[in-house]
Design a protein around this ligand. Structure first.
Ligand SMILES: [Mg+2]
Length: 318
């Protein structure tokens, strides 16, 4: 089930509605709120369908969203946190869970992938169903579906440095002796380069094989050390995520980059959930940031469990 179709038929829990003294509120977008005791969310929410779309419904939806604690956000990594693995889509249960969560707090994602890949995982229209969407660590940012900003690694480095860097990477990969090579060794994104020794066009089984091979032979860590030695003055950060690649971006353009947008909006209770929270992982910087409450998860089910633990406590602003 796609996110879109799922979102058109989701029942939301109603701690907020209860707070408003509202037993049942139906509103546009197909969402339906029902009075419900307690704040725990489940991943198997009852699905109800409404196709009503009226100005009144839209207003009611805004009322419900506006009644959430305004300074509390649940911010999620995507791969391995909302999905079972890199590039995999979220399940209908996870989509329903996120919908329901949005009636209780601000909800956002911050992932290293670009927006195209995030849409493949979360659904074509997910951007307009979240409070904040941060693609490429927030270098491409949206709030309530509206674009906030785009950053460019090309502008940061300049063409001369960028060409020297790409030339070195391609030579390095050409000389690498690994079991399998495919295509797309460098993916040029808005705010970063994604470099894959095997090539991003590999199949899922080749991806799995390379992940294991890399653990044993340290292909990616060794390549990163070579790049650091070659370009010490470029001001670049290297971050291993997923099975086959690593990201390269200017220092400070890691996932903490997105926090500036939350600070601007006075969101100060930030719960971040990620699976690569160890040093060197692509969630480490934001997970350990002073203004963030970090939660290290082992997968989607663990994410849901830990979110419910947080919901069991009152928000700071209450
Ligand atoms: Mg992850």
């Amino acid at each position: 089930m796609s996110l879109t179709s799922n979102r058109s038929s989701t029942t939301l829990g109603a701690a907020i509605a209860t707070g408003l003294g509202v037993a049942a509120v139906a509103f546009a977008g197909g969402w339906l709120l029902r009075g419900r005791k307690g704040s725990k969310l489940t991943s198997t929410t009852t699905i109800a369908t409404t196709t009503a779309s009226s100005p009144v419904s839209l207003v009611e939806r805004k009322v419900v969203l506006a009644a959430r604690p305004p300074k509390r956000i649940f911010l999620f990594d995507v791969d391995g946190t909302l999905t079972s693995a890199a590039r995999k889509p979220t399940t209908p249960e996870m989509n329903a869970f996120l919908d329901e969560l949005r009636s209780k707090a601000l909800v956002g994602i911050v992932g290293g992938s670009d927006l195209v890949k995030q849409k493949e995982q979360l659904g074509e229209h997910f951007v307009s169903h979240m409070d904040y969407v941060f693609s490429e660590n927030g270098l491409v940012a949206f709030k309530n579906g509206i674009s906030l900003a785009n950053q460019s690694i090309a502008a940061f480095l300049g063409e001369t440095k960028l060409k020297a860097f790409i030339r070195f990477v391609l030579h390095y990969i050409a000389d690498l002796d690994i079991p399998v090579k495919r295509g797309t060794f460098i993916e040029f994104r808005a705010g970063m380069l994604n470099i894959s020794p095997i090539g991003r066009n590999c199949s899922q089984s080749e991806r799995d094989d390379f992940g294991r091979y890399d653990l044993e032979h340290n292909i990616r860590p060794t390549m990163i050390e070579a790049l650091k030695r070659q370009f010490p003055e470029y001001g670049l950060t290297y971050s291993i995520g997923g099975q086959i690649s690593f990201d390269v971006f200017p220092n400070g353009w890691d996932k903490t980059y997105c926090l500036q947008y939350l600070a601007k909006d006075d969101v100060d209770e930030i719960h971040f959930f990620g699976d690569k929270t160890m040093k060197g992982g692509n969630d480490y910087e934001i997970f350990s940031h002073a203004s963030v409450v970090g939660h290290s998860v082992t997968g989607p089910e663990d994410t849901i469990r830990q979110v419910n633990e947080v919901l069991a406590k009152p928000p700071r602003s209450s």
